[in-house]
Design a protein around this ligand. Sequence first.
Ligand SMILES: CC(C)(COP(=O)(O)OP(=O)(O)OC[C@H]1O[C@@H](n2cnc3c(N)ncnc32)[C@H](O)[C@@H]1OP(=O)(O)O)[C@@H](O)C(=O)NCCC(=O)NCCS
Length: 339
Amino acid sequence: MTTPSLQSSTGAPHAAILGIGAYRPERIVPNSEVVEAIDSSDEWIQQRSGIKARRWAGPEESVQMMSVAASRQALERAGIDARQIDCVVVATVSHMLQTPAVATAIAHELGTDQAAAFDISAACAGFCHGIAMASDFIRAGSARHVLVIGVERLTDILDLNDRGTAFIFADGAGAAVVGPSETAGIGPVVWGSDGEQFDLIRQKEDWRDVVGSADNPGSGTMPHLVMQGNPVFRWASYAMAKVSQQALDRAGVTLDQLDCFVPHQANMRIIDAMARSMKLPPTVRIARDIAEQGNTSAASIPLALDRMIAEGDAKSGDLALLVAFGAGLAYAAQVVTIP
Ligand SMILES: CC(C)(COP(=O)(O)OP(=O)(O)OC[C@H]1O[C@@H](n2cnc3c(N)ncnc32)[C@H](O)[C@@H]1OP(=O)(O)O)[C@@H](O)C(=O)NCCC(=O)NCCS
C-alpha cells in the first residue's frame, strides 16, 4: 500500500488591506483630569509624551462593542459583506476572560458564524502580527477575507495613581479587512521578540496571586499594568528604527518612495526619535494620533491609520510603513498599501 500524499492549499497571489475602520470612545479625558492623582502637570505630560488628551471608554463601550463598531466601518469601506469574512483575528490584552476568545462573540454579532475566530496576545504589536498572519492565510489558501481587529479597554487594567502609566494608556478599537489582491498590498513582515525584557511592561501579578488560597489569601486587587518607562523608551527609539528599515528593505521600498510612517503611538518622543534615526525625508507624513488619543496598545496603529486617511495625510495607493512594539517585548513591522 502506498502512503497517500496530502494535498496542500494554495491561495491568492497577493493580499492587501481592503478597508480600515475605527471606534473612539466618546469620553475625551484631557490631561487636567489625570494630573491630580499622579502629582503631575499638563506641561510635564505634553513635554514627556506629547499627549494632550486620551479617550476612555464608558461602561457601555466594551471590548466587543468597540470591535463590532470598528469592524462594521471597515467592512463598509471595503465593500465586503460580513458573511464573506472567513477568519476573525482579535489582537488584545484587555479582554477580561482568558477563555473563550472575544473574537467568536464579535464574529457572531457581525453575522459571520462560520468564520474561524481567535484572539492573539502580542500587546501593542498585536495588530501588525494580525496583518502578517492575515496576509499569509490568504496567500496560503486558509482564508479568503480576514478581519483583523486591534482593541483595548486598558482603563480596566490601569492604576490611575501610577505616575508611570496613568497618563499614557487609553481605550479604542481599529479594524482592517484583508483580502486577495492582484498586486502585493502587504509587504513581508519583520517580527520578533526579546523575552529577556519580559518584565519591562507587564501585569503586576498573576491572577493566582490575586485570588490566593485558603492558607495564603490573595491581594484581591486587579493586576494592573506596570512599566519601566526608561528602558522601554531607549529600546523602542533605537531598536525599532532598525526593524523599520529592515521592513522597508524586505519590501523593496526606498525612503524616497515611502509616503507615510505609522509607528505604534506609544510616545511622541519615541516617534520623533525613530524618524530622526531613520532619516525620514520631510515628504513622509508621520502619524501623530497619540496627541489626542493616548496609547491604545493593539488599537493604536489602525486608529492612527484611520485618522491619517480621514485628514488626507494618507491617500489610496500610498505606501505606509507600520511598526509596532510593546510588552514581551514583542515587535512587528511591514509596509502596506493604503486602501
Ligand atoms: C513614561 C515616560 C514618559 C517617563 O518619562 P521619563 O523621562 O523616562 O521619566 P523618568 O521616569 O526618568 O522620571 C523623570 C522625572 O519625572 C518625574 N516623574 C515621573 N513620572 C511623572 C509624572 N507622571 N508626572 C510628573 N513627574 C513625573 C520623576 O519623579 C523624575 O523626577 P526627578 O528627575 O526629580 O527624579 C517615559 O519613560 C516613556 O514614555 N517611556 C516609554 C513608555 C512607552 O512608550 N510605553 C509604551 C510602550 S508600548
